[in-house]
Design a binder for this molecule. Structure first.
Ligand SMILES: NC(=O)C1=CN([C@@H]2O[C@H](COP(=O)(O)OP(=O)(O)OC[C@H]3O[C@@H](n4cnc5c(N)ncnc54)[C@H](OP(=O)(O)O)[C@@H]3O)[C@@H](O)[C@H]2O)[C@@H](O)CC1
Ligand SMILES: Nc1ncnc2c1ncn2[C@@H]1O[C@H](COP(=O)(O)OP(=O)(O)O)[C@@H](O)[C@H]1O
Ligand SMILES: [K+]
Length: 479
């Protein structure tokens, strides 16, 4: 499991750890890891030109100590000091002792343009808001120079706790982060600014609380959650998932949701709705009914909404069922909030940013810019687990606790109908007995991976993604 902690938690843990260690020890660990990462990126340290962008806090201190290490290995290291009189004193002294030179910000452009590597030590977890104008100017030179940029702890200018980017921020190729990931390194849009991320162990693990703010499942975690039939299993014990989806206008949504459901581990898939002919023609193994959900026979979970059109009665019937329910697409619009809140069995809602925005009464951009807060808010309002789709998918429980984040996907998944596959897949996992949080996060993980496998860098259709779920499943199982 990859985890991220909030700034407040990191600071508390750092204080606890620092109390046990000699002064400056943590910063030295951080700087040592940072220097190693820079050296690896450069390939050859001796004779290389490195420019440090140094802010007035400890983030700049890390950069200076790492710069000192690199200077001792023969690099030519220059530091552009944004606030010379408030620069980390110990770091600056060490940097100068090692032969590093300081540069006035006025000469920053020329220095940065000639660099082989730029180290962004402007601001880390102490930053708020986008970069200030003087810092933005320097970051602009680095972008212009097209040299590799290594961010210290975080790309400067992003909001550490939320992944929001409210103004200018550094775009890094690599971010070397200390002790633990910060939420911004896992959530878009900030995640995109971080480039690849390397975690340096500074000993924080022992003092961080058990529950993180954010967690990202890895192959091994997903493998442990996959439902596997035992010797005594039969199709009913494995779970039956009901799909109430599709309409005369959108029969394809039903087919795609069923396609996802067939690959999610349930023992049987029931379909109810007006697209039964299309479903059965494509998947003869599905039990179809043209009666409403109440008359469809027993299921262990329902999926309602994909391509459903305007039939609120079906959504109402499903929402009143006493089994786990996944609500997607049109179902989100049609579901009565009080009825959802009144449910006692788990509810998983799967909006994309536009649907979440409509439910929250805000603009789509607002949700896209503040994904974590939006997912949490929606979960609280509906008393449900919310899976917010997008380039990074977030899954938040109403009760709070760690929010799951998934980034296995690819932009190629932004194709019509791929969300329908996801809802069927997640519904099937719900029927197989996973909690809403686990079903949502395992489904997002497999769906994202399936998208990558199916696409391999080329366009895919949603049905390709559904078919590739089996390969994703095996890939996870065989890790
Ligand atoms: N604690 C530890 O044990 C360890 C901590 N470590 C390191 O310390 C970092 C945290 O250091 P920190 O607390 O000094 O804050 P930091 O991120 O340098 O920022 C504060 C400065 O930024 C400025 N500033 C703010 N916003 C800004 C903006 N938008 N644009 C521009 N500037 C802005 C602000 O200026 P001011 O408001 O004071 O004028 C202030 O001077 C952490 O990320 C990690 O790298 C590691 O060594 C491991 C051990
Ligand atoms: N840029 C992206 N990177 C990764 N995954 C994405 C991206 N854009 C969309 N997706 C994923 O593709 C799926 C699209 O679902 P959705 O928006 O509901 O589409 P549709 O309604 O057409 O089925 C979601 O699983 C979403 O997380
Ligand atoms: K930084």
């Amino acid at each position: 499991m990859r985890t991220a902690y909030s700034v407040e938690t990191v600071r508390t843990a750092e204080r606890a750890l620092m109390a046990r260690l000699p002064e400056g020890a943590l910063m030295q660990r951080a700087a040592a890891g940072l220097a190693v990462a820079c050296a690896e990126l450069l390939g050859r340290v001796y004779g290389s030109r490195i420019v440090l962008l140094v802010g007035s806090g400890d983030n700049g201190g890390d950069a200076l100590y790492a710069g000192a290490r690199l200077a001792r290995r023969g690099a030519g290291v220059a530091a552009v000091l944004l606030a010379p009189e408030r620069t980390h004193a110990g770091g600056l002294a060490a940097f100068r002792r090692a032969g590093g030179r300081t540069v006035d910000p006025a000469d920053g452009e020329e220095t940065v343009l000639r660099a082989d590597l730029v180290v962004d030590g402007i601001v880390g977890i102490g930053g708020t808001g986008g970069l200030r104008p003087d810092a933005e100017r320097l970051a602009g030179f680095a972008a212009e120079a097209r040299v590799p940029v290594v961010a210290v702890d975080l790309p400067s200018g992003v909001e550490a706790d939320t992944g929001e980017v409210r103004g200018a921020a550094v775009r890094a190729d690599l971010t070397v982060t200390f002790g633990t990931h910060k939420p911004a390194l896992l959530i878009d849009p900030a995640r995109e600014y971080a480039g690849s991320v390397r975690l340096v162990d500074i000993g924080l693990g022992d003092v961080l609380p058990e529950e993180p703010g954010l967690e990202a499942l890895q192959h091994v975690d997903v493998a442990a959650l996959l439902p596997v039939p035992g010797a005594e299993s039969d199709k009913y014990r494995r779970g039956v998932v009901g799909i109430a989806a599709g309409s005369a206008r959108y029969p394809g949504a039903a087919v795609l949701a069923v396609a996802g459901a067939l690959r999610g581990g349930a023992g049987a898939v029931r379909y109810v709705g007006p697209a039964a002919d299309a479903v059965i023609a494509r998947f003869p193994e599905v039990l179809v009914s043209d009666q409403g959900p109440k008359h469809a026979g027993r299921v262990q979970a329902w999926v309602v909404g994909p391509g459903a059109g305007d039939d609120a009665s079906v959504v109402g019937e499903v929402v009143s069922a006493d089994v786990p329910v996944l609500i997607d697409a049109d179902g989100l619009r049609l579901a009565d909030r009080d009825a959802v809140r009144a449910r006692t069995a788990p509810t998983l809602m799967t909006p994309h940013a536009g649907e979440a925005a409509a439910l929250l009464g805000v603009a789509r951009e607002e949700v896209e810019g503040a994904r974590l807060a939006s997912a949490r808010e929606l979960a609280a309002r509906y008393g449900a687990t919310v899976l917010l789709k997008g380039s990074t998918t977030l899954i938040a429980d109403a009760a709070g606790g760690a929010v799951r984040v998934n980034s296995t996907g690819t932009g190629w998944l932004a194709t019509a109908g791929s969300g329908d596959v996801l809802s069927g897949l997640a519904g099937s996992l719900l029927a197989a007995g996973l909690s809403a949080l686990d079903a949502g996060s395992v489904a997002a993980y497999l769906h994202g991976l399936a998208g990558r496998l199916a696409s391999d860098g080329a366009p895919v259709g949603a049905h390709d993604v559904a078919e590739a779920v089996v390969r994703a499943w095996r890939d996870v199982r065989d890790q």
